[in-house]
Ligand binder design. Structure first.
Ligand SMILES: [Zn+2]
Length: 159
């Protein structure tokens, strides 16, 4: 028996942000394994500099994004390559954003419309000052050279 037993002390401290209630800073890190499942071809397409949408086999309704079944009729969809050129349907400039994008503010998000596609595609508009963005502006897709297999692998620039 050792009545003088002690747990080892460390030199690292705790950052205290608030006293009542106590709020401390604690590092947290995790490797997250995420499956794209049936959406995988969309992300593989981005790596090949292609935009893959979905077209309903029953009614031809065409989505700019991955979709297994049609919202209009419930039919199954097939992958379809959609144009890399489109128009700004609407836009917004973000002066605040999630942590991953905070350093890039302000940035402009656009909903892009394409010929022959019934829905819009949300993406970033790059190379345009916030006051230069305009509805109807002709834009084209540009892809990261090194795909990260994320939706941000594609962005749009003015034509
Ligand atoms: Zn349909």
């Amino acid at each position: 028996m050792n009545k003088n037993a002690k747990l080892p002390e460390t030199e690292d401290g705790t950052v205290l942000f608030n006293v009542d209630p106590i709020i401390v800073k604690q590092h947290y890190e995790i490797d997250y394994l995420h499956s794209y499942a049936q959406d995988s071809p969309f992300f593989a397409g981005l790596a090949k500099k292609k935009l893959l949408g979905s077209r309903c086999a029953a009614c031809d309704y065409t989505y700019a994004t991955p979709r297994g079944h049609c919202m209009e009729c419930g039919g199954a969809t097939d992958w379809v390559e959609i144009p890399l050129h489109g128009r700004v349907h609407t836009y917004t400039t973000c002066y605040f954003g999630g942590e991953a994008f905070l350093k890039e503010t302000p940035f402009t998000l656009v909903l892009v419309e394409f010929d022959g596609v019934d829905t819009l595609f949300l993406s970033r508009l790059v190379g345009v000052e916030p006051e230069e963005a305009a509805i109807g502006m002709q834009v084209k897709a540009r892809f990261l050279r090194n795909a990260k297999f994320r939706p941000t692998d594609v962005y749009f620039v003015p034509e």
